[in-house]
Design a protein around this ligand. Structure first.
Ligand SMILES: [Zn+2]
Length: 98
């Protein structure tokens, strides 16, 4: 499933702000939301939605919508492969510092 462009943009913004990380989580849990805001889009994850709870070595616990986590993983994979969040140097989002 393609990742929505706006979520990619948000994931890059959160990464640049240091609010999320491309670190490998120490632990990940899936389940229904508990009303905690998503670390990417900022919307509360309701009990009718699936959430992913990830525990990072430095940042600690973060909660994500499944789609938002997919956007973050997409950006992090691009960064790991190319050093650029788009997969193309000089793409619309430009380079991102890690
Ligand atoms: Zn979200």
């Amino acid at each position: 499933m393609p990742v929505p462009r706006e979520l990619i943009g948000l994931a890059i913004a959160r990464l640049k702000a240091g609010q999320v990380s491309c670190e490998k989580p120490q632990q990940e849990f899936g389940g229904l939301g508990e009303g905690i805001p998503c670390a990417i889009c900022g919307a509360a994850i309701s009990a009718r939605e699936m959430e992913i709870e990830a525990v990072y070595p430095k940042l600690g616990e973060r909660h994500f919508h499944v789609a938002c986590m997919n956007a973050l993983r997409t950006v992090c994979n691009d960064l790991a492969d190319t050093g650029h969040a788009t997969g193309r140097p000089g793409g619309p989002f430009g380079p991102i510092a890690q």
